[in-house]
Write a protein that binds this ligand. Structure first.
Ligand code: GRF
Length: 203
């Protein structure tokens, strides 16, 4: 039986995409990488020999068409799940309806704290002593879907945005493949607006 197929959405450097490809022994395969722009992540996916697609962002006034085109690229590849990995577009509800498979995202904060842009800066500004990363199901509300997995890191007194981001990123690269594996092996799914655990829970 073939492994569940994961489509990875990217916009940038692609270190999480890389981690997802390397971590695919955990019960899934990355079958396609889709970008909204030319970016290092697409080049790197090509080097891995993985199919790549480019669905260029056409501007805000064509958001709905973009969502349909993106959904088509994903469904044509027979994806069983979608993983956003540094994908810098807000996914329209039309996309979520069309793909009809779990859609995951990774965010570099302990959600529900510090949603949106510059979460590491937000964490430093708030003076928290612990931050981290969250993998969650994507819903229509930004960074607000049910949480699948989290990892924490200390915030050091002399941290800059860059040093904190680097510390969190190390954890992201372990957390994301594990979380995608949990979804692809049916250990957790989304039921309504909740994460539903099929076994003993995330512990
Ligand atoms: C990561 O910190 C991810 O959590 C956030 O954007 C960054 C993407 O980095 N959503 P990369 O492209 O995966 O290296």
């Amino acid at each position: 039986m073939s492994l569940p197929r994961v489509a990875v959405l990217v916009s940038g450097r692609g270190s999480n995409m890389d981690a997802l490809i390397k971590g695919a022994a955990g019960g899934y395969q990355v079958s396609v990488v889709v970008g909204d722009r030319d970016c290092p992540a697409l080049d790197r996916a090509g080097q891995w020999g993985i199919e790549t697609r480019l669905v260029p962002w056409p501007g805000k006034d064509q958001r709905q068409q973009f969502s349909l085109d993106l959904a088509q690229a994903v469904t044509e590849c027979g994806a069983d799940a979608v993983a956003c990995a540094g994908f810098m577009r807000i996914l329209d509800p039309v996309f979520l309806q069309q793909v009809a498979v779990p859609v995951l995202n990774i965010h570099p904060s302990l959600l529900p704290l510090f949603k949106g842009l510059y979460p590491q800066r937000q964490a430093l500004d708030a003076g928290v002593r612990v931050s981290g990363a969250t993998v969650h199901f994507v819903t229509a509300e930004l960074d607000a879907g049910p949480i699948i997995a989290q990892a924490s890191v200390p915030v050091q007194p002399d941290d800059t945005e860059e040093t904190l981001a680097a510390r969190i990123l190390i954890e992201e690269h372990k957390l994301y493949p594990a979380a995608v594996g949990m979804v692809c092996t049916g250990r957790v799914c989304m039921n309504g607006d909740q994460a539903e655990w099929k076994t003993d829970g995330p512990g």
